[in-house]
Design a protein around this ligand. Structure first.
Ligand code: IMP
Ligand code: MG
Length: 173
């Protein structure tokens, strides 16, 4: 059986996302579009709240990757399950991820998108677990830095469960 303990409340997540959205808006010239690319499935909820806190210049797309099986440790293997519908060449792109853990997934995705010649490429992650990093990866916008816990909720799953929680919780088994 698994139980969860709240780590970051819904109110704290929402407040932090509003502030990140403000920061992002200020970082790009107001007349230029910003194209957000969410990494499915984990990034869907963060993306949904982030874009609702941004202005009309935002456009979005989705990629699906698989980096973990059903367990809680990284295999280091990244597979693209769904690629972008849009061409990112010459655009301001922000990669939107749920969490940066070892950094392997983001490192792979950043290389993949860079090769498509966006005008700029930045990365936004709701969560970061710096103590687990295996590769040095640049994350421009971080919601919260957390200790080494396996967390679920707000898009993050354990064996596809708990993604719907509106808060972040620690999974105890
Ligand atoms: P990385 O490649 O090790 O940085 O892992 C990135 C992916 O692993 C994330 O996009 C998540 O899908 C998953 N992941 C990493 N840590 C957690 C966690 O604590 N809970 C749920 N999923 C996680
Ligand atoms: Mg993920």
């Amino acid at each position: 059986m698994s139980t969860t303990t709240t780590l970051i409340s819904e109110a704290d997540i929402q407040a932090r996302i509003r502030s990140l959205a403000g920061e992002i808006e200020r970082d790009y010239p107001p007349t230029e579009g910003v194209h957000l690319v969410a990494v499915l499935k984990g990034g869907f909820m963060f993306m949904a709240d982030l874009v609702r806190a941004m202005s009309e210049r935002v456009t979005m797309d989705f990629m699906a990757v698989s980096s973990y099986g059903k367990g809680t440790t990284s295999s280091g293997q990244v597979r693209v399950l769904k690629d972008l519908d849009s061409n990112v060449e010459g655009r301001h792109v922000i990669l939107v991820e749920d969490i940066v853990d070892t950094g392997l997934t983001l490192h792979y995705l950043q290389d993949l998108l860079k090769a498509r010649a966006p005008r700029t490429l930045k990365t936004a992650c709701l969560l970061s677990k710096p103590s687990r990093r295996k590769v040095d990866v640049q994350v421009d916008y971080i919601g919260f830095t957390i200790d080494d816990h396996f967390v679920v909720g707000y898009g993050l799953d354990y064996a596809e469960k708990f993604r719907n929680l509106p808060y972040i919780a620690i999974l105890r088994q």
